[in-house]
Design a protein around this ligand. Structure first.
Ligand code: TXA
Ligand code: MG
Length: 353
């Protein structure tokens, strides 16, 4: 197989009629050590054979990802977990039973068969069973273990559509399986079981409360807190990820004040010839007469906000805005993951009003 920068990237639209054939072709590529982008319920992933170090290295090359940032290994059958991970506590089994297939990744000490090229040099491995028919079929039809980071170029928002993958990786990978828009829109919750008390390294759709209802105490990585001096434990969380091209500023406070302040800032910036984007909600969409205004959804439904976030950040990139002002959201439920990603995208720039 040839991996030069002029590689043609095929986008294969998956239908009920062609899924078997498409998955068969994609699985062949994976088994040969190649890369295939595929849909999951969280975001699109960029897959390679997790047990082949050469294949794993190709993922880093295609994304431009730092080599110390480990990959998640995806399985299609929970029974496969014990082939790649050790010292799996009962509590992790219980959590897997409740949330797999689903947006939950768990970390354990790795077995020798998992190459360090996949784990970014760590002795632990992150494992997830995704809840998407195309992902599950692809994993099962290839080697059973697919390493897959989000299928964006490193530093860009994760892809929630096949078109996003194409924009970032066209010419760098041979194939994208297009399963349409993803369901959740934010990456999985990561829980580290390699220490005594399980720790959430990345918040996601499975919240701390949901995990605690099944297994008791779960901690939040203290490194995730704003302004904390300790580095987050998941290497990927230390990078300024999920970043739009324009500067993003979150505006926090009561609704009327936020709207008033943002309108004033837009006016000032437009007078200086700048192009300003606004992330608004159902409740405020009509309150911004100027700027390029996007509606992320109703405040009361964090799941819709989660699904729309990355797509909107990418739309603003294409519109070439100079700055984006965004309202900020409740940290209830999946709102915690939404705010975690937004604060990172904003480089923690928050304007309190
Ligand atoms: O929803 C998801 O998890 C998506 C889909 C494709 O499954 N994948 C994803 O992968 O978000 P990625 O590579 O974009 O993010 C993986 C995160 C990174 O922050 C990485 O540092 C962390 O998981 N991670 C992976 N293995 C780890 C390990 N052994 N110890 C600590 N952190 C780990
Ligand atoms: Mg990622």
């Amino acid at each position: 197989m040839c991996y030069n920068k002029y590689m043609k990237t095929l986008i294969e639209k998956i239908t009920a009629e062609n899924i078997e054939k498409q998955v068969h072709n994609a699985a062949r590529l994976i088994k040969e050590g190649g890369l295939v982008a595929f849909p999951t319920e969280t975001v699109y992933g960029l897959g390679a054979d997790a047990l082949n170090p050469q294949a794993a290295r190709r993922i880093y090359q295609a994304k431009g990802r730092p080599s110390d940032n480990p990959l998640i290994v995806h399985i299609a059958d929970p029974a496969k977990l014990t082939q790649i991970a050790e010292r799996i506590p009962q509590r992790a089994m219980a959590l897997g039973e409740r949330f797999w297939p689903g947006p939950l990744t768990m970390i354990f000490p790795k077995k020798d068969c998992v190459p360090l090229a996949t784990t970014g040099g760590l002795e632990t491995v992150a494992v997830r069973m995704p809840d998407h028919p195309v992902a599950l079929a692809l994993i099962a039809a290839s080697t059973g273990f697919i390493a897959a980071p989000s299928a964006n170029a490193s530093g860009r928002p994760s892809p929630t559509l096949a078109e996003h993958v194409y924009l970032d990786l066209n010419g760098r990978i041979p194939m994208i399986l297009d399963g349409g828009p993803v369901g959740i829109g934010l990456e999985s919750t990561i829980i580290d079981f390699s220490e005594e008390v399980p720790i959430i390294l990345r918040p996601g759709f499975v919240t701390k409360e949901m995990a605690e209802a099944v297994i008791g105490e779960v901690r939040l990585d203290p490194g995730l807190k704003i302004g904390e001096a300790i580095a987050p434990k998941a290497p990927g969380m230390k990078y300024r990820h999920y970043a739009p091209k324009a500067e993003l500023i979150l505006v926090r406070g009561c609704q009327d004040k936020v709207v008033h302040t943002v309108n004033r800032l837009i006016e000032e910036a437009e007078e200086q010839g700048q192009k300003i984007g606004v992330i608004s909600t159902d409740e405020t969409y009509l309150c911004y007469p100027r700027g390029i205004v996007k509606n992320i959804g109703a405040r009361k439904d964090e799941t819709v906000i989660a699904r729309n976030l990355y797509g909107i950040l990418r739309e603003f990139d294409q519109l070439d805005v100079d700055r984006i002002y965004s309202e900020s959201f409740s940290e209830q439920g999946v709102g915690q993951a939404v705010m975690n990603r937004m604060l990172k995208a904003a480089g923690h720039r928050v304007l309190e009003v």
